[in-house]
Write a protein that binds this ligand. Structure first.
Ligand SMILES: Nc1ncnc2c1ncn2[C@@H]1O[C@H](COP(=O)(O)OP(=O)(O)OP(=O)(O)O)[C@@H](O)[C@H]1O
Ligand SMILES: [Mg+2]
Length: 505
């Protein structure tokens, strides 16, 4: 046994985040931790790595045969326990090699030896399969590659236990597969790994054991080596009941075209001479859920943001029509006034005011709904937030909790509540279930279906193809700024979508 955490209990004001959690990780295994949003996964890993120091929790940590009391992250790193957090921590403006040796500089006589750093970087990048030059600024890499740089950084520190908190949440399928392959390779070299993920198919691919957390306690640990553990089995342990369906059943009732985008074009704000969105035509009918499929970088987010109040892009042209009439959506305010809503994929950057509480965030886009004669009625604001908390099952101590302290998945639910409260006619959802657990996903799909049943237009952008196939009525496939295919979902399949993309690129 490399690691044993016994009876861990950790509380925050008003919240018991962990209550008697036990975790046993064998040397050389890939150990998955799963659980619903807010179950305590990230908190447990922060206890393990010393982010929450000894004394701020109760229970014991045994690593490598000895009881350990970490006062900070340096102590755990010293023993080779390296955590890669849910939110990446690289410095975008610094180069790969600067990031790798930040806080860990190879110094000679107190001066960083950049020559040595450079050659070490080359060797490390090779290990994780990156071909970039060590001088490349990290900000120029996609998320998938940044994730690999984080792992290279861990390898530079003689890692023994590598902890990855939802590493594939923002990765496309290829990058995710590459990352999982790398984990298997590291396992071959004797590196133990703890993997947190909501993607159960990935877990069944690589995990040797799975520990399930629910409401801050360990439910059980499943051994996948003896015999394969089915996803349904894991889900049942996570949510404490059986889940028959992953998607709600619906009987779509689709009417006339309500929302229309014609010949939409936008240029890249940095590379100003290159057209990025290249003449998109899109229609959504009353009560219809339209999916937009595509690989990362296809331009789906840019399309949505450029339509929604020109939040992205430059030299934007084209027409947006609602009920056959051209509307002005040139600012976010105007777009909202015309009944558009856009739920961002970037909840930390654009979706939430983290320093504020849940009720503040929920009412933010629709202050009129909680005001009386332009004064915010805080009782009403509280009531509204409370109702979304119940509907979406937001896990929190109360709607006056600061959103910065919510678990990742619960933050996503707050962003969603905010836009549902604007009661939009056209709802654009960008990766609406990123980082969301299976049970809550079902609830979000149900809400989406409800919006459609009320006659709204829904557009869903998602990298998870099963999700698009599961909830939409019609699918556009986007590649390099263009729609390259369109099909009713009834005639679509993952393979058909992929084939369209391959053919176009
Ligand atoms: N700093 C904090 N202050 C107050 N409450 C907190 C803090 N950090 C976490 N919590 C609460 O502890 C609980 C566990 O959160 P945690 O982030 O560990 O969940 P998680 O299992 O990682 O969820 P997710 O899958 O959504 O990432 C949640 O109810 C969360 O609101
Ligand atoms: Mg988490």
């Amino acid at each position: 046994m490399l690691l044993e955490m016994r009876d861990i209990r950790k509380t925050f004001p008003g919240v018991v985040a962990l209550n008697k959690v036990n975790l046993r990780v064998k040397a050389g295994e890939i150990h998955a931790i799963v659980g619903e949003n807010g179950a305590g996964k990230s908190t447990l890993m922060k206890v393990l790595s010393g982010v929450y120091p000894h004394g701020s929790y109760s229970g014991g940590i045994h690593f490598d045969g000895q009881e350990r009391q970490f006062d900070g992250i340096r102590d755990s790193e010293h023993l080779g326990v390296i955590i890669i957090h849910q939110e990446l921590a690289l410095v975008p403006l610094l180069s790969i090699s600067e990031n790798l040796f930040l806080g860990n500089e190879t110094s000679r006589y107190g001066v960083i030896d950049w020559m040595a750093a450079h050659s070490k970087t080359v060797a490390l990048l090779q290990k994780v399969g990156l071909k970039e030059s060590p001088d490349t600024p990290v900000g120029q890499l996609g998320v998938g590659k940044q994730q690999l740089v984080e792992i290279a950084k861990a390898l530079s520190r003689q890692v023994r236990l590598l902890i990855l908190d939802e590493p594939t949440a923002s990765l496309n399928e290829n990058d995710s597969a590459a990352l999982l392959d790398l984990l298997l390779e590291l396992k071959g070299q004797g590196i133990t790994c703890i993997l947190i993920s909501h993607k159960l198919n990935e877990i069944s691919r690589v995990a040797d054991s799975i520990t399930v957390l629910r409401d801050g306690s360990t439910v059980e640990t499943l051994d996948c080596r003896a015999s394969a553990v089915s996803e349904d089995r894991v889900i049942q342990a996570m949510v404490g009941r059986e889940m028959a369906d992953r998607y709600p059943k619906r009987q779509p009732s689709i009417g006339d075209t309500v929302f229309e985008v014609r010949d939409w074009r936008a240029y890249h704000p940095q590379r100003r001479d290159s057209e990025f969105i290249k003449g998109i035509n899109l229609t959504v009918r009353r009560g219809e859920i339209v999916g937009i499929a595509g690989l990362m970088g296809a331009g789906r987010t840019e399309l949505a943001m450029s339509i929604f109040g020109r939040s992205w892009g430059h030299r934007i042209s084209g027409q947006v029509l609602l009920h056959g009439k051209s509307i002005d959506v040139s600012t976010v305010e105007k777009a909202v006034r015309h009944g558009l809503a856009y739920v961002t994929e970037d909840r930390k950057g654009n979706g939430l005011v983290l320093s504020e509480d849940i009720q503040f965030n929920v009412s933010l886009a629709q202050l009129g709904g909680v005001s009386r004669a332009t004064v915010i009625d805080s009782g009403r604001e509280h009531h509204v937030a409370q109702s979304y908390r119940d509907k979406l099952r937001i896990r929190c101590s109360g709607v006056d909790q600061k959103t910065v302290n919510l678990s990742g998945g619960n933050q996503q639910k707050v962003v969603l509540s905010k836009w549902l409260f604007t009661n939009p006619e056209v709802l654009i959802l960008d990766e609406p279930t990123r980082g969301i657990d299976v049970g809550a996903k079902f609830e979000i799909y149900t809400l989406i279906a409800q919006m459609a049943a009320e006659g709204k237009c829904v557009i869903v952008i998602s990298s998870e193809m099963p999700e698009l196939l599961g909830i939409s009525d019609r699918i556009y496939v986007m590649n390099e700024g263009r729609f390259i295919a369109e099909m009713p979902t009834a005639e679509a399949s993952q393979e058909k979508i992929m084939r369209a993309i391959v053919k176009a690129s």
